[in-house]
Design a protein around this ligand. Structure first.
Ligand SMILES: *Cc1c(COP(=O)(O)O)cnc(C)c1O
Length: 817
């Protein structure tokens, strides 16, 4: 009998993790010890686990450096068209394992670390997440960087180096408590400061109109200091750059006319300027309208545009063109002759239709912070409305609707309208979402410029979301007698798995990997949260930001109904479930915080009821973030994607679960629609209203009490919440939530309740037939190829950006010895 494999031995067996040749391993060990000595200035007697993590990070980083320099040199020589992805969020998560995966170093590092008497997973767990994002939008930017590098695009990510990323969530007595995310405290081994490329950014001041032009004067200046992070492609020797700006007060900040005593205050006030990059706003899909946020937006744009133009000026092509022309005519010249064009340069991607999320900046605030820019916006608006008037003569209401400046109440700049006018392409992020944009929010603009409107369905990178987080599944797919490893670059090849839907060995392997992932996750939860989990129960997971439109409350109603049914018939053969819900609530979003409290309250009652036992457990997954997603997604049996139809632009969590062998219960919303198409309608659990039904209900009027009075189990659940069944010490704790559901629920939870419960019954019935379940899982994995961000980026590249993706490698540098 062979003894069970250790985690180390398991990782070693897996071929997708690269080769652990003796030379590689010896070099890695040497370099690890060199960094421990020279970089960390420690020996093994006094080194901490964090020292070992930093030594390893630096050892791996060394393998990026030559490729990074070579790639940038290559771009300078070839001068390809550059792609600039500007975003206020890059939700990168950890970097160490991703770097090892993309450089095929994972097995060699694992072996080296093992031979040094250390544990790789323990070291990996020391790395802080780069939590510079809120949710799907920020994570999308991170997946896109991976795909752009893997497809060989000369791409740059530009954003802000927040000193504090998304807050850490603690659950204290069932409530969310926020803690500052001091992620840079121990230093960041992946970034390189580039003070030589510092740029000034101006704010406030006033404009002076002279006969020969306009001057913006008396401004306050803040410096933008760039920090570069390498972005390696998947095994193609490409290393792109993510450049994040940090705010720095100039030396003379506030020192112009100080006197004795004023000096100290002036130095202290430098914080005011440097606050621009202090903290990420923790709102997902919500516009708060704070001046500091507008400063952040302008800061990244102004610093980035200067950087792009500097790069253009030193580029071979740019310098050649400029030499022949008047420098003042750069914008015209570059539009005609070069890769940088003004109107042709900008493309706008819309990420939501929720009205409360769209940015509409009050004019006064804008005027005060950016007076000259507001004048230019007025001029753009004048020309824009002139065109509207000429195309739709006499249609004054249309002019009012399409204006960049909203009148009535306080005047505001409508940023989405400005984006559409300034962009040559406008896209949504899933087919249904792009259709909704054309039919509703941007209807007028679509009628004027239909050619601008496109769709680009979102995707996720299969490197992080399969190879890295679920190597067991990647391996059983990649086995030589199955489909090999090419799917990692070309995820459509997963279709080849359709041949194996009835293959007993493959079914067994897929089920075994899932069981191992569930055991590992259960162990993690038991260690961290002291909860006991039944690993044979269905892992039913809803992880995403807490938001009314995502309808965690609908999930709660199912949990309560399932609980009541067990209590009513305790001897029936209930298919056991562990229902996990996780996500952060924006700190100022009262309802979302109450939803978390309700989930934890339901858990307290359900988890301690002896009649229920281990047939139902409710776990709130604390501090959901990229790193926790990487653990939860591979362990899921069931993925909850239950937003009201027409509200979730795409979703990307849905895709991660599909790729990792979970079945989806979901509405016909966002990318779920296309997932159903790719997996086959029989292999996904779709329920509830379609967009058309929601629209019809909006016309007719939604009456929650109708459902409450007609459906006894719904009434029972609501009465329990309202009567303090889940909060006996404070019976009216959830009165706001009950009031919301009964009287002003924009997202119509009750209207989908009945169909959701029926659909969950089907899920439970199927889970009792493991083989049939796994076959549907295989259909899902086989159908998930479309949801690679490589596909998304290829479409952006060809259909919007006018660049050609390539799978070719660039020359490898000599690896550091
Ligand atoms: C993918 C991801 C999201 C997006 O999830 P949705 O279900 O699409 O909202 C949010 N947060 C994290 C940490 C993610 O990894």
């Amino acid at each position: 009998m062979s003894k069970p494999l250790s985690d180390h031995d398991k990782r070693k067996q897996i071929s997708v993790r690269g080769l652990a040749g003796v030379e590689n391993v010896t070099d890695l060990k040497t370099n690890f010890n060199r960094h421990l000595h020279f970089t960390l200035v420690k020996d093994r007697n006094v080194a901490t686990r964090r020292d070992y993590y930093f030594a390893l990070a630096n050892t791996v980083r060394d393998h990026l450096v030559g490729r990074w320099i070579r790639t940038q040199q290559h771009y300078y020589e070839k001068d390809p068209k550059r792609v600039y992805y500007l975003s206020l969020e890059f939700y990168m998560g950890r970097t160490l394992q991703n770097t090892m995966v993309n450089l095929a170093l994972e097995n060699a590092c694992d072996e080296a670390v093992y031979q040094l008497g250390l544990d790789m997973e323990e070291l990996e767990d020391i790395e802080e997440d780069a939590g510079l994002g809120n949710g799907g939008l920020g994570r999308l930017a991170a997946c896109f960087l991976d795909s752009m590098a893997s497809l060989g695009l000369a791409a740059y990510g530009y954003g802000i180096r927040y000193e504090f990323g998304i807050f850490n969530q603690k659950i204290v007595n069932g409530w969310q408590v926020e803690e500052a995310d001091d992620w840079l405290r121990y230093g960041n081994p992946w970034e390189k400061a580039r003070p030589e490329y510092m740029r000034p950014v101006h704010f406030y001041g006033r404009t002076e109109h002279h006969p020969d032009g306009v001057k913006w004067v008396d401004t306050q200046v803040v410096l933008a200091l760039p920090y570069d992070t390498p972005v390696p492609g998947y095994r193609n020797n490409v290393v792109n750059t993510m450049r994040l700006w940090s705010a720095k007060a100039p030396c003379e900040f506030n020192l112009k006319d100080f006197n004795v005593g004023g000096y100290i205050q002036a130095v202290l006030d430098r914080n005011l300027a440097e606050n621009i990059s202090r903290v990420l706003y923790p709102n997902d899909n919500f516009f708060e309208g704070k001046e500091l946020r507008l400063k952040q937006e302008y800061f990244v744009v102004a610093a980035t545009l200067q950087d792009i133009i500097r790069r253009f000026k030193v580029s071979k092509f740019g310098s050649r063109e400029i030499a022949r022309t008047d420098f003042n005519k750069l914008p015209e010249k570059v539009r005609l002759n070069t890769t940088i064009r003004t109107y042709q340069t900008c493309a706008y991607t819309n990420h939501t239709v929720l009205p409360e999320a769209l940015e509409r900046w009050p004019i006064d605030l804008f005027q005060n912070l950016l007076p000259r820019h507001l004048e230019i916006i007025y001029e753009i608006n004048r020309r824009h409305l002139e065109r509207v008037a000429s195309l739709f003569p006499g249609d004054t209401d249309r002019m009012r609707r399409m204006s960049l400046i909203e009148e009535g109440g306080i005047k505001r700049v409508n940023m989405a309208h400005l984006c559409i006018v300034g962009a040559h392409a406008v896209n949504g992020v899933a087919r249904i979402h792009s259709d909704i944009l054309k039919a509703t929010v941007f209807k007028d603009f679509y009628e004027m410029d239909p050619h601008k409107f496109q769709n680009k369905t979102n995707g996720i990178t299969p490197r992080r979301w399969l190879v890295m987080c679920n190597p067991g599944l990647a391996e059983v797919i990649a086995e030589v007698n199955r489909i090999g490893e090419d799917f990692i670059r070309d995820l459509d090849q997963l279709k080849k798995l359709l041949k194996f839907v009835n293959d007993e060995a493959f079914i067994r392997d897929v089920a075994k990997v899932k069981q191992e992932n569930k055991l590992k996750f259960a162990t993690h939860l038991e260690e961290h949260y002291k909860v006991k989990i039944n690993p044979n129960s269905m892992f039913d997971i809803q992880v995403k930001r807490i938001h009314e439109y995502k309808r965690q409350l609908l999930n709660c109603l199912h949990i309560i109904t399932f609980y009541n049914r067990i209590k009513k018939e305790p001897n029936k053969q209930w298919s056991p479930r562990t229902i996990m819900i996780g996500g952060k609530a924006a700190p100022g979003y009262h309802t979302a915080k109450m939803i978390i409290r309700l989930i934890t309250a339901i858990g307290e009652v359900v988890n301690n009821d002896p009649v229920v036992g281990d047939r139902l457990k409710v776990i709130f997954l604390e501090n959901y973030r990229v790193t926790l997603a990487e653990k939860a997604v591979p362990a899921a049996d069931l993925s909850e994607q239950i937003s009201t139809a027409g509200t979730e632009a795409s979703g990307t969590g849905n895709m991660k679960f599909m790729l990792n062998g979970a079945l989806t219960i979901g509405t016909m919303d966002g990318a779920n629609v296309e997932m159903a198409e790719e997996a086959g309608e029989d292999n996904i659990f779709i329920f509830g209203m379609r967009v058309e039904d929601v629209e019809a209900m909006d016309k007719k009027g939604y009456n929650a009490s109708e459902y409450y009075n007609r459906i006894p189990e719904l009434k029972q659940a609501i009465d329990q919440i309202a009567g303090g069944f889940f909060s006996p010490k404070q019976p009216d704790l959830f009165k706001d939530i009950v009031n919301l559901l009964m009287h002003h629920d924009r997202f119509k939870v009750f209207a989908d309740y009945e169909d959701y419960i029926k659909c969950q019954e089907k899920v439970s019935a199927l889970y009792k037939k493991p083989k049939e379940w796994v076959k549907k899982v295989i259909y899902n994995i086989a159908g998930s190829g479309k949801f690679s961000s490589d596909r998304t980026i290829s479409q952006y590249a060809r259909e919007i950006w006018g660049v050609e993706p390539s799978l070719e490698k660039i020359a490898a540098p000599d690896d550091p010895k």
